[in-house]
Ligand binder design. Structure first.
Ligand SMILES: [Zn+2]
Length: 263
């Protein structure tokens, strides 16, 4: 006590989280001898899910370390790519467009547009999914086992951020964009009753979601979907001799242009 103070320097990429009035490069914090370093950093506004290594006086420390007067603390961002036991995610209600893009790439992505905060945390914990959100308060929930702040206002930017942070394995066109179920090729006669006459006439190859039954085929949205996949896959330079930028991606589909069915 007695006015003891530590100096905290937060990594530049984390400064966006700092509370107004505390956005200096070097932040002086009072040491009460009780609070953990993790708590101190969170009080500054940085969610613990975004914090990587904590360095105190030149040595790595855990979040439980109790800072004392004169300490020099450096807060690093979580490393990229961040290792995950399994790349499974649950997205909060504001990230629906991101959820569809992740599913398009074959990433296991739970999403419901009516989920509440308690439900999101419960699902993340029960299914060992990383909660993706732009709500810092949600990331500060004590009970949340794993989460991440998604950067970017546009869905394409958000997708780039998620892929950069976690580098999940991609398997485009293997998951239903509506429900996250697995797609499997299906013989045309089995799905014909579900198709509009125009589709029935035009297309021969189909896939079906094993969970909700939705039917997919090569269709009009193909170019836009391909652009999303190419953009997300980090794509080889066009002069690398590859005429099919998606070829290096793991995919079980004969075609690369699939669009979703109507219902
Ligand atoms: Zn489905």
């Amino acid at each position: 006590m007695g006015g003891a103070e530590a100096v905290v320097t937060v990594a530049p990429e984390l400064r966006m989280f700092l509370r107004p009035g505390r956005r200096a490069e070097r932040i002086t914090v009072a040491c009460d001898g009780v609070s953990s370093l993790g708590h101190v950093v969170e009080e500054l506004g940085v969610p613990r899910t975004e914090v990587g290594v904590l360095v105190v006086n030149g040595h790595p420390q855990t979040a439980r370390y109790r800072p004392s007067g004169g300490d020099i603390v450096r807060v690093r961002a979580v490393p990229r790519p961040q290792p995950l036991a399994a790349a499974r995610f649950v997205l909060d209600v504001h990230l629906g467009a991101l959820a569809r893009r992740m599913r398009l790439l074959g990433v296991d992505t739970a999403y419901a547009n009516d989920a509440d905060d308690d439900g999101l945390v419960a699902q993340a914990n029960a299914e060992k999914r990383v909660l993706l959100t732009q709500d810092r308060g949600l990331l500060c929930r004590r009970k949340l086992w794993a989460g991440a702040f998604v950067r970017g206002a546009r869905p394409d930017d958000q997708l780039r951020d998620v892929l950069d942070r976690f580098a999940p394995a991609l398997a485009p066109w293997t998951r239903c964009t509506r429900c996250n179920g697995q797609l499997k090729p299906v013989a045309k006669p089995l799905v014909e009753p579900l198709l509009e006459p125009g589709t029935r006439r035009t297309y021969q190859e189909f896939a079906q979601c094993q969970a909700c039954g939705r039917v997919y085929w090569r269709g009009a949205h193909a170019a836009r979907l391909t652009a999303i996949v190419d953009g997300a896959s980090g794509a080889q330079p066009p002069d690398a001799g590859s005429t099919r930028p998606t070829a290096r991606l793991k995919t079980s589909w004969p075609g690369e242009l699939w669009a979703r069915s109507g219902p």
